[in-house]
Write a protein that binds this ligand. Structure first.
Ligand code: SAH
Length: 221
């Protein structure tokens, strides 16, 4: 399968990646560690070879099973809000292409990522590049349930549009933890940052506007 074969990352790709980082920086991302992770990861590996240049435009792009690889700016924005530290346990809902998971892994997180679509989950399982990140664990399941057996988490990131803040994900957050979740419907979502303080009290902040594919209930075979 195409996705299983190693691909080349040459000076052209690296040059395009530097330009992409510059664009994201100009859009307001200031966290140098996040920018370095975007610069390190060959985003074209996540797309069909026909889309090598498009891979370095700052936009979302369709992958298999009607799903998308998120826009690099959005990936950087969510990653910055999460304030990822080395060895943080991070729960991600919506593995998709695994691009966001790789950015978190590059930041040193222990990533636990759930995908509800079996086809997509299997597709990513063949992906040669993931062998570089033994700190990513993938699960086929329903993100609304989180991963109670691995909880609590330092951080939670949802990369699909949630109609409301999923209560189990907040439950599975450690005191002092941060969750970043786009909340809304198909017409658009607000990025919400949820922080749990040391006493377990939860605070919500409403941030910018985004558009994600919907967070659906249940698993899909
Ligand atoms: N993080 C991804 C973006 C994925 S798009 C990336 O970097 O490419 C959103 C993903 O969330 C899709 O793959 C979709 O199938 C998945 N998804 C939607 N609802 C879900 C749920 N309840 N549990 C787990 N995954 C879900």
């Amino acid at each position: 399968m195409l996705h299983s074969k190693p691909r080349e990352d040459n000076y052209l790709h690296k040059g395009l990646r530097k330009q992409l980082v510059q664009i994201i920086r100009e859009k307001g991302i200031g966290d140098e560690r996040v920018l370095a992770a975007i610069e390190a990861i060959p985003r074209h590996f996540f797309l069909d070879p026909a889309f090598e240049r498009i891979a370095y435009e700052d936009r979302a792009f369709p992958i298999v099973a009607d799903q998308t690889i998120s826009q690099p700016y959005t990936v950087a924005y969510q990653s910055e809000l999460l304030e990822v530290k080395k060895y943080d346990k991070v729960l991600e809902i919506g593995t998709g292409s695994a691009y966001q998971a790789c950015v978190l892994a590059e930041l040193g997180a222990m990533v636990y990522s759930i995908e509800r679509q079996k086809g997509l989950y299997d597709f990513v399982g063949d992906f040669f590049f993931l062998k570089n990140y033994p700190n990513i664990k993938r699960f086929y399941g329903d993100g609304y349930a989180g991963l109670p057996s691995y909880a609590p988490f330092d951080k939670v990131i949802v990369t699909a549009a949630a109609p409301f803040i999923p209560p189990k994900l907040v439950e599975q957050l450690k005191p002092g933890g941060i969750a970043v979740i786009p909340v809304g419907d198909d017409s658009g979502q607000k990025m919400m940052r949820i922080t749990k303080d040391k006493d377990g009290d939860v605070h919500e902040e409403e941030l910018g506007d985004f558009v994600f594919v919907p967070m659906l209930t249940g698993k899909n075979k």
